[in-house]
Design a protein around this ligand. Structure first.
Ligand SMILES: Nc1ncnc2c1ncn2[C@@H]1O[C@H](COP(=O)(O)OP(=O)(O)O)[C@@H](O)[C@H]1O
Ligand SMILES: [Mg+2]
Length: 263
């Protein structure tokens, strides 16, 4: 459903953030994109919905090639791509409900969005989503009254109310404590499975990625260094992606967490 062909991004500073990345993501597949800071993870997902303009290469979403679309056509295609951010990107002074509904702005007309009059069907769907993520009671709270984990749940609802086919998720747990991180990763992956959504989840926590996804892409210096199942992330592979470190400790951590989950 998503296909990147020789995607290149060179920033004006001369930084080569992506060097001819080829990637195919089938419908409904959830994959983790790992790699050290500066590897190009954020650039890659932002080139997909053109928050960052690729320098060259192609992005296919289904039968549509995105890099040549006019702004109107791009806006329509972007509805199919929900985004979830590390810092949540909520509007602090708006309520939880209003933040979720803002995910519909790609659909409702401009005047309607100014007065924030959303169709009842959107409001109903927002309630359903908030209920699903355990935030129904919080609908009228202001975003700035929520904890980090709750904020990220709102961010997830805002992405899902767009009714996307693909989720682009940038370090969803980087601002959260370890337990909340695991809950949020589990929630995102469950929701993708329930709705048949594909997702690219940027995450630098290898152990967390290994716990929840079937496919891992390792990026290094803007190039794909690894593409395979989480089990194949051996210390050698991790050294190729990240450089020297004590990877046995990381892998042990995954085994401990598995044991903990089985208890
Ligand atoms: N707006 C920008 N202008 C110039 N260089 C950038 C910009 N954004 C990112 N870069 C550079 O591109 C490379 C990849 O960055 P990024 O995609 O943010 O990596 P990651 O998300 O894996 O940490 C880095 O070298 C970074 O410094
Ligand atoms: Mg990043």
């Amino acid at each position: 459903m998503l296909r990147l062909e020789k995607l290149v991004k060179t920033y004006r500073t001369g930084d080569q953030a992506l060097k001819a990345v080829d990637l195919v993501v089938p419908e409904g597949q959830v994959l983790a994109l790992i790699g050290p800071s500066g590897a190009g993870k954020s650039t890659l997902i932002r080139c997909i919905n053109r928050l960052v303009e690729p320098t060259s290469g192609k992005v296919w979403l289904g039968d549509t090639e995105l890099t040549h679309l006019s702004s109107g056509a791009l806006r329509r295609e972007r509805r199919q791509m929900g985004m979830i951010f590390q810092e949540y990107a909520l509007v602090e002074r708006l309520t939880v409900m209003e933040n979720v509904l803002s995910g519909r702005l790609g659909y409702v007309g401009f005047w309607r969005s100014l007065t924030r009059k959303f169709p009842q069907s959107d409001v109903d769907e927002a309630f359903r989503l908030l209920d699903r993520v355990g935030l129904l009671a919080m609908a009228d709270k202001r975003a700035d009254e929520l904890s980090g984990g709750q904020r990220q749940r709102v961010g997830i609802c805002r992405a899902l109310i767009q009714n996307p086919k693909l989720l682009l998720v940038d370090e969803p747990t980087a601002s959260l404590d370890p337990k909340t991180s695991r809950q949020i990763m589990r929630l995102i992956c469950e929701l993708c499975a329930e709705r048949g959504l594909a997702a690219i989840i940027n995450i630098h926590d290898v152990a967390l990625a290994q716990m929840f996804v079937q496919r891992v892409i390792g990026l290094r210096f803007g190039a794909v260094e690894f593409d395979g199942p989480p089990d194949a992330l051996t210390p050698d592979v991790l050294t190729r992606i990240y450089g020297e470190e004590d990877w046995e400790a990381t892998i042990r951590k995954v085994e401990d967490e598995d044991a903990e989950a089985a208890e």
